[in-house]
Design a protein around this ligand. Structure first.
Ligand SMILES: [Zn+2]
Length: 412
């Protein structure tokens, strides 16, 4: 089996892997300025498989449908629905710039070539047998098993071994001849999720009780729903704003991909939706309440309408719900207590906190997954230090390596 790493190997963002020159797994977009695409953005695969609907795995997929190219795109139903939301958002933000390599026409073509699959239901793609397994990362996320008749390659893609409120952790450990694993948190041990939740809830309650406003920036896909579920379960009223509103609605149409569809229904009812009309955001920001809103790293979205309103008062709070990539406004706020906006940098007196609601396996999670593949060669990708991770795996007796972007390997 021949592997070409077009992106997302010794880096996070723009994931793309070409198998046997014909089957493409993921085609992600890195939301830097300018946007970064995988190598060979004009690549012409016979079929595409998408592991899950995050920008760094699915964001550039419509670009594959330019010219005469019409490769079928295989994914789960939620991945398809959410990838379309992401693509429309990218068009809205960058559609009129040369950075954006697809148009509305490409999006229509995506719906024409889309083929959806359930977990554990093998299908044929570019001459390979492909099977998707629940990866426990976000709804619809998949480990991808690719069999070319000689070699079985298991691509873990992004996964979580622990249960989250929205999705249960991965249980699938399909037989494979080689494992390609993500390594996002290979160096980190997550704080116990129950404790993170308790600290978060205590903090939110305190601010509301003191008469403040809490803004909770959250990624639209997965994190927003996770926070809504937690707030509802804790009987805390809230507002929800931004792309997370539409994503929540879409996810409720795929109950079989949720851990507890009833709970998400209750969580949706508990959260009041913000339309953003007639100064509604300014009024809500002035209210003693909790607002869950995109974007998770403050690089856009209605969060940037709320924070300027609440920033001056130390009773108010901004509770970040995930890792903040260096260079993002969210990181600047966390580290330096100020927020870059279009019209200049503003100081923030409101309290700023960060909570690790990760949807990825940590050091222990990765090792417990790989424990099922003791005698299987491992390739470590999708991390800040894949080489270090591969090194530690080798020390523990694994046959492991860390390919780089642009590398070509023959395996099996
Ligand atoms: Zn992901």
């Amino acid at each position: 089996m021949d592997l070409r790493f077009l992106g997302g190997a010794d880096e996070i963002g723009r994931s793309a892997l070409l198998v046997n020159g014909s089957l493409l797994l993921d085609f992600g977009l890195q939301t830097s300025t300018p946007l970064r695409y995988p190598l060979d953005a004009d690549t012409d695969p016979d079929a595409v498989v998408v592991s899950h609907a995050h920008l760094d795995h699915a964001g550039a997929v419509p670009a594959l449908l330019s010219g005469d190219a019409r490769p079928p795109i295989h994914w789960t139903p939620p991945t398809r629905a959410l990838a379309m939301v992401l693509a429309r958002d990218t068009l809205k933000l960058h559609g009129n710039t040369p950075q954006c390599r697809f148009t509305e026409t490409n999006l229509r073509r995506v719906t024409q070539v889309s083929q959806t699959h359930s977990y554990r239901d093998p299908f044929e793609a570019a001459g390979h047998e492909v099977t998707l397994f629940d990866a426990g990362h976000i709804p619809g996320s998949a480990h991808v098993l690719i069999d070319d008749g000689e070699t079985r390659l298991l691509c873990t893609a992004d996964f979580h071994t622990d249960d989250q409120r929205l999705v249960a952790g991965t249980r699938a450990r399909p037989e494979a001849d080689i494992v390609l694993t993500e390594s996002t948190y290979a160096d980190t041990t997550h704080e116990d999720r129950d404790r993170v939740e308790q600290r978060f809830i205590d903090s939110v309650r305190t601010t509301v009780w003191e008469g403040g406003t809490v803004v909770v920036p959250a990624f639209a896909i997965g994190r927003t729903q996770e926070i809504l579920l937690l707030l509802a379960d804790s009987d805390i009223d809230c507002y929800v704003d931004g792309m997370g509103v539409e994503v929540t609605r879409l996810l409720r149409q795929h109950p079989e991909f949720l851990r507890n569809p009833e709970a998400l229904k209750r969580a949706s009812a508990n959260a009041r939706t913000v339309t953003g009309r007639d100064g509604q955001r300014e009024r809500i920001a002035d209210t003693n309440t909790v607002i869950v809103t995109t974007a998770g790293m403050l690089n856009g979205g209605p969060a940037l309408s709320y924070i300027p309103e609440i920033r001056s008062h130390p009773t108010n709070k901004i509770a970040m719900t995930g890792y903040q990539v260096p260079g993002t406004p969210g990181r600047e706020l966390l580290e330096n207590g100020r927020l870059p906006l279009d019209n200049g940098v503003v100081p923030v007196s409101a309290q700023v906190e960060q909570y690790d609601f990760s949807a990825h396996a940590d050091r222990e999670g990765l090792r417990s997954f790989l424990d099922s593949y003791r005698d299987t060669p491992v390739l470590a990708v999708h991390g800040d230090d894949c080489e270090g991770f591969a090194d530690r795996l080798r020390t523990d007796g694994y046959e492991a390596s860390a390919p780089g972007v642009g590398d070509q390997l023959t395996v099996g």
